[in-house]
Design a protein around this ligand. Structure first.
Ligand code: S3P
Length: 439
């Protein structure tokens, strides 16, 4: 089977109701926390993508028993002190920064060295951002070039609490330290720039000793040592980062309407909704409810007649961090020049996404000015593509692939998009849903 797709047809318009697979961040957190629980946890609608399967394999290596039957995943947790630390253990985080960084926090008590490896994309990403604070607990690390995978972690029996200032807005770093904090004596204090808070909500739901004070730009999180974690059954809601591709497709296809059911609309994740509303898009949240502390809703989006450009406030960056590639497509069709700033973190994802966002737009014929951390996009409401566009060698970044498919479906042209398998990372059924909207 060729691992490239060729797209030549625009999607004209649609009026549909769709469902999207489970949230990746919550799925990975549920797998890790269930493996540390004392007892049996079940998840329904767990995302069955490579990142989550890699997480399952990781906790299996550490001794948890995992069973998958249709739509239910069952994990027999080993207890907070129960990881089976065997000699020569290697954990393959594959493409997943979330797995690689979060699991490290849980390993700070390993008496034997554990090696963490990843694929080509993950092996170029920074791990010092977690190894540095985790070493303050008492764990020791060896990293390639002092900050990259493969790395080796060796824990300590005497773990002391730490104070940590997380200033990048990285939920992965924050969560890694929270996982470390439950194994260390005393009170760990994290001052963290706002970022997704699924770990904190899960801990609160489980009545673990976590306290959160919210300030305007930062949260102060206090966490204490934990002796026992209760099992947790969880119905995983849909992932807004996957829904984002179809929200954007609806906006770009004229006279279209879409309902996406039961999506996680945690305030730390809805940057895309806030940004698109500022650009003139009508998005409503229907049937709102709270599930285990997480806000859920059906998302209704209607394509607007006119799209306005945006001078995007940087305080929306963290809540839309995984969505900027598709948001840039909206800016390409907006009336006027859009500006997005302070996006240095975007180049530290599965691929350098600020660079790739600008590359895709340039290939589409859109005028773009990019700096190290910002991008200016010159929009054109009449944008159509009539040429061949080839997308390849992008480190198999799933979101580069999916963004390209949305661009092809909305703007036309003849697109040759390589590395189709990349969608297995986060959204294996992505192309099936695209095809559904063609009908
Ligand atoms: C994630 C946090 C974000 C995000 C990633 C998932 C998480 O990364 O980009 O896709 O689940 O904690 P950073 O923490 O590096 O910003």
């Amino acid at each position: 089977m060729p691992n490239k797709i060729i797209l030549k047809k625009r999607i004209l318009n649609f009026n549909r109701k769709i469902s999207i697979p489970g949230d990746k961040s919550i799925s990975i957190r549920w797998v890790i926390i269930s493996s540390l629980a004392s007892g049996i946890s079940k998840a329904y609608n767990l995302l069955m993508s490579q990142d989550v399967i890699a997480s399952i394999k990781a906790v299996q290596k550490l001794g948890a028993k995992v069973y998958i039957d249709k739509n239910v995943c069952t994990i027999h947790g080993v207890g907070i002190k129960g990881f089976n630390y065997k000699k020569k253990l290697v954990i393959d985080a594959q493409n997943s920064g979330t797995l690689g960084r979060l699991i490290l926090g849980t390993l700070i008590d390993t008496p034997v060295p554990i090696k963490i490896i990843g694929d080509r994309s993950l092996s170029r990403r920074d791990f010092k951002r977690v190894s540095k604070p985790l070493s303050k607990f008492g764990a020791s690390f060896k990293l390639r070039n002092n900050y990259k995978l493969p790395l080796i972690i060796k824990g300590s029996k005497k773990l002391k609490s730490i104070k940590f200032f997380e200033n990048k807005g990285s939920a992965q770093c924050k969560s890694s330290i929270i996982f470390g904090g439950i194994k260390a004596d005393g009170k760990t204090i994290i001052k963290a720039k706002k970022s997704r808070n699924h770990t904190e909500l899960l801990f609160k739901y489980l009545k673990l000793p976590i306290k959160i004070k919210k300030n305007k730009n930062f949260d102060i999180i206090e966490i204490r040592k934990v002796n026992k974690i209760k099992p947790i059954n969880y119905k995983i809601p849909s992932d807004i980062s996957s829904a984002a591709f179809f929200i954007v497709l609806t906006v770009l296809c004229e006279k279209s309407k879409l309902i996406i059911k039961n999506v996680n609309v945690n305030p730390t994740r809805i940057g895309i909704i806030k940004i698109l509303r500022k650009m003139g898009v009508k998005i409503s949240l229907l049937n709102k409810k709270i599930y285990k502390g997480e806000p859920l809703a059906d998302i209704l989006v209607i394509s607007p007649k006119i799209l306005k450009s945006i001078n995007c406030p940087s305080n929306l960056n963290s809540g839309a961090i995984d969505e900027f590639l598709v948001i840039f497509l909206i800016a390409a069709k907006a009336k006027g020049i859009s500006i997005f700033r302070n996006l240095e973190e975007l180049n530290k994802k599965e691929s350098p996404r600020l660079i790739w966002g600008s590359k895709i737009l340039k290939k589409m014929g859109v005028k773009v000015i990019r700096t190290k951390n910002s991008i200016k996009i010159f929009g054109n409401p009449a944008l159509k593509i009539n040429k061949k566009v080839v997308i390849q060698k992008y480190l198999k970044d799933h979101r580069v692939f999916m963004t390209s498919v949305i661009a092809a479906s909305a703007f036309g042209g003849e697109w040759h998009i390589h590395d189709k398998d990349s969608i297995k990372t986060s959204f294996p059924s992505f192309l099936k849903i695209v095809n559904l909207l063609k009908k």
